[in-house]
Design a protein around this ligand. Structure first.
Ligand code: ASP
Length: 626
């Protein structure tokens, strides 16, 4: 790893540990860094000196430099030392072609120990050694010294730099928004911060800067972006942390295409500059409607690096009048009940053992299916599977043909409601794609999914919930649908026309992960109030939660729209990681702990008192809601 920065010389060093080359031989140099490895050959001591820029071999000869040799004898791994001497070419045959500095070594005449180090809890000089993650998190500052983490931190830094450059080059203004605000719902619980100056009141940490960025549009900022920290109190998993970073942006006087076009250009530019060696699968990015994405991939964040599309088997299972006639009760009942029978074709898995099939069936059940049927297309054209005897030869052949299956393929079939069928097959597709290595790990397959439904029915609360963001605009031709069947906006029901309305919402997916999402917003107060009413907000609650934005819309809001992209997710995917912790300097564990700082921790009673709070305990788990 070389460094092209002009000069990183300081009073402690003339060069970084990654800078010296054969052309420097004969000159004097001084380096400072950590002792990566020490080899004591008696007369000669070798130190590999490391900083984040690289590694340089230092040699200390007892005859030439007895004092330096004595100091070097005391040195251990991870001591911080400063060394000075002459740069020399290494002896022929001892060069290290894997190191950028591998042609030279520093013959040290001075070795100064700057600080000593205890033996670290894990090897820092063995990047591939498996280390328990909690140990890594407890000693994150040591973990970050290890090459893979250091590299990922640098990649993330390049990513954010490229994001900033692309936005500044396109007329965006970087604006910071506060973290102590009022609740901005994004579908998670708020983290709240009690106010000392106003006892009994709380701030909420932003789930996103959504309302503030819209207010910036009313303010005339025109194009805003921010590398924004967001806070959502929800259960953690690989792609979630309680606090995370978004590239948040908003643009005025735009429609869906204008936002998507800019974001697409920006994403391409940023990807190419951050990871130039990773090809982008398809440009322009494929665009799917939500309905199409579910129909073809069973997912609104499809991994397009491999095919295995979902196939509709209804044509092979029904007569010309559309009546189900497959002979297999499960299929016929699903179709007669308005459900779906669909399949995926798994290449080369026809030889799956009984156990493998049982495992797949269990997986499908875990995903919510009642069962999983299969047909194995064996060599020689035979098709096997327990359902063949019900389907008969003609229907079986028709399925194989419709599914486009060939010899050696395994057809997996789910019959259920449309939602369950698509979801289960979509998840099986993702899982099998990963297990069979169908996706090229180097390729970046971005795509857009748009035209989401505005709302989904919330049976528990008897209202429509925004599928994404409560501020999302409605596709202009669907505006008339934002009404209830009863005519009273305060009395929604699942039959409301609103259920058919599509949002001007677009998500961007990368390799099977949702990378970001945004929308063109509702910018008319009357329409926003109508939409909030469908979402079950009383006028009073609306004013209480979104008063500033509603009021601002009385003062000339421009049409506007935006998006937010998960920077942690983006960095993780660019760094070939499946967990965003791997690209965060100081992440939290699954249970939200910072193992290094030991947070969260018990507050000082005095802090509680100052805030006018008293801890009354929590109900034991399992008692919730009782
Ligand atoms: N505020 C949204 C989010 O955080 C993004 C957007 O609609 O711009 O997901």
């Amino acid at each position: 790893m070389t460094d092209s920065t002009p000069s990183l010389a300081t009073p402690y060093r003339t060069h970084t540990c990654g800078a010296l080359r054969a052309a420097d031989s004969g000159s004097d140099a001084r380096l400072a860094g950590w002792v990566h490895r020490r080899r004591d050959h008696g007369q000669l001591i070798f130190l590999d000196l490391r900083d984040r820029h690289g590694l340089t071999q230092v040699v200390i000869d007892a005859t030439d430099a007895p004092e330096a040799h004595a100091a070097a004898s005391r040195v251990r791994s991870e001591f911080v030392v400063s060394v000075a001497g002459r740069v020399e070419r290494r002896l022929e045959g001892t060069e290290n072609p894997r190191l950028p500095t591998g042609e030279i070594e520093l013959r040290a005449t001075r070795v100064e120990i700057l600080t000593e180090a205890r033996t670290p809890p894990f090897y820092i000089n063995e990047p591939d050694a498996p280390v328990d993650e909690s140990l890594r998190l407890r000693y994150r500052y040591l973990d970050l010294r290890r090459q893979p983490m250091a590299d990922r931190l640098l990649l993330r830094s390049r990513l954010v730099q490229a994001i900033r450059e692309a936005h500044h080059a396109n007329g965006f203004v970087e604006v910071e928004t506060p973290n102590l605000i009022k609740s901005t719902p994004e579908g998670a619980r708020d983290f709240i911060v009690p106010s000392r100056l106003q006892p009994g009141s709380v701030y909420a940490l932003p789930q996103s800067p959504q309302q503030l960025k819209q207010l910036l549009m009313v303010a005339g900022v025109d194009r805003y972006f921010q590398i924004a920290r967001c806070f959502r109190d929800e259960d953690l998993r690989g792609d979630r942390q309680p606090e995370f970073t978004q590239l948040d942006l908003e643009m005025s006087f735009v429609d869906e295409d204008a936002v998507m076009d800019f974001v697409e250009r920006m994403v391409i530019e940023v990807s190419r500059s951050t990871t130039p060696d990773r090809p982008i699968q398809e440009v322009p990015f494929p665009r799917f409607t939500y309905a199409e994405a579910l129909e073809r991939y069973g997912s609104d964040k499809p991994d397009l690096r491999f095919d295995m599309e979902l196939v509709d088997l209804a044509p092979s299972l029904t007569d010309t009048g559309g009546t189900p006639v497959s002979g297999f009760r499960v299929f016929d009942e699903a179709l007669a009940g308005g459900g779906r029978v669909k399949a995926i074709v798994v290449p080369g898995m026809a030889g799956a053992t009984r156990r493998e099939i049982d495992e797949l069936t269990e997986t499908a059940k875990r995903f919510g299916a009642r069962g999983l049927a299969h047909l194995a297309c064996e060599a020689g054209g035979d098709v096997k599977g327990p359902i063949v005897k019900f389907l008969g030869d003609t229907t079986t052949r028709a399925i194989v043909e419709d599914a486009g299956a060939g010899e050696g393929d395994l057809i997996l079939i789910v019959a259920d409601t449309a939602d369950v069928t698509n979801d289960v097959l979509g998840r099986l597709r993702a899982e099998l794609g990963a297990r069979l290595g169908l996706a090229d790990p180097n390729v970046l397959a971005y795509c857009w999914v748009h035209r989401f439904p505005m709302y989904q029915w919330d049976a528990e609360n008897g209202r429509w919930d925004a599928t994404h963001n409560p501020f999302s605009g409605v596709v202009p031709e669907d505006e008339a649908l934002l009404v209830t069947a009863s005519g009273d906006p305060a009395r929604p029901s699942p039959e409301d026309p609103a259920g058919q309305a599509r949002a001007m919402q677009y998500d961007i997916a990368l390799n099977g992960w949702e990378l970001g999402g945004g929308s063109v917003r509702i910018h008319r107060r009357d329409l926003l109030e109508r939409s909030f009413a469908l979402q079950g907000y009383s006028l009073e609650r609306m004013r209480n939660m979104f008063g500033a934005l509603l009021e601002a819309f009385d003062y000339g809001p421009p049409p506007h729209g935006g998006i937010a992209l998960g920077v942690d997710r983006w960095a993780a995917l660019l760094a070939h990681q499946t967990n965003i912790r791997e690209v965060m300097a100081f992440p939290k564990t699954q249970s939200g702990s910072d193992l290094m700082l030991e947070a969260p921790s018990e507050p000082d009673p005095a802090q509680f008192a100052e805030l006018g709070l008293r801890f009354v305990g929590v109900k034991p788990a399992g008692d919730a809601g009782a």
